[in-house]
Design a protein around this ligand. Structure first.
Ligand SMILES: [Zn+2]
Length: 221
């Protein structure tokens, strides 16, 4: 059985358990190399949104600009794969990006006379479907009189480029009593629902194998 047969027959994926964060599926009769390829792709081969560039308009906090940008990059962002393109595959083909490949989020802490922690809920996104997965992620603490004002741009990327684009926090393959049955467990960062990660992962492995096949055919000619 090759991977394409396996893809056509998604019934070989039997869901054992599933919630908003984590899914476990039984892979029956899937050769180990394909099962392992799927595991790796679920971890870092499915595109998700993350903040990529940050324009700092004002930062009088104790955190240096690059520290602030780093923290913003690590905030998991909800992802809508149906509506957005990866920049390299977007028809705009522009470094500046367009509304199909880039989303702006802004944060202006304003002035305050008490010490307070700026949380991810203060990031406001121009697109409702692309925003921090949680409202409660601390970004920076501001003392009275300190302020941050920033413009961030989020885009789709893959964990192979930088871990901030990992689609899953955990992706494991475990053995069962039966030799040809493995269990794939995927825990999402929250950007995508775990089922979507596996479905996109199957598409991704299948398309990579297709490209590889084309390449081999080309060599043979
Ligand atoms: Zn674009």
């Amino acid at each position: 059985m090759d991977f394409e047969d396996f893809v056509q027959d998604l019934s070989s994926l039997e869901v054992i358990s599933k919630d908003n964060q984590k899914i476990a599926v039984k892979l029956s009769g899937v050769p180990l190399q394909y099962a392992n390829a799927l595991r790796r792709v679920c971890l870092n081969g499915v595109p998700v949104f993350a903040i990529d560039t940050v324009d700092i308009i004002e930062n009088s906090s104790v955190l240096p600009d690059e520290g602030l940008a780093h923290r913003l990059g690590l905030i998991p962002i909800t992802t809508d794969l149906g509506r957005f393109n990866e920049p390299s595959k977007c028809q705009c083909q522009s470094e500046a990006g367009c509304s199909n490949c880039k989303v702006m989020l802004v944060l202006d802490s304003g002035d305050s006379d008490v010490t307070r922690t700026i949380l991810s809920n203060e990031l406001s996104s121009e697109d409702d479907s692309i925003k921090p997965v949680s409202d409660k992620i601390p970004i920076v603490q501001l003392a009275p009189g300190q302020r941050i004002k920033i413009e961030c741009y989020a885009r789709l990327g893959r964990g192979t480029e930088h871990a901030k684009w990992n689609s899953a926090t955990i992706s494991t393959l475990t053995d069962t009593d039966k030799e040809d049955v493995k269990v794939l467990t995927v825990e999402s960062t929250g950007s995508l629902n775990p089922e979507q990660i596996i479905i996109s992962g199957v598409d991704e492995v299948s398309s990579r194998l297709g490209q590889f096949k084309d390449m081999i055919d080309h060599i043979e000619e």
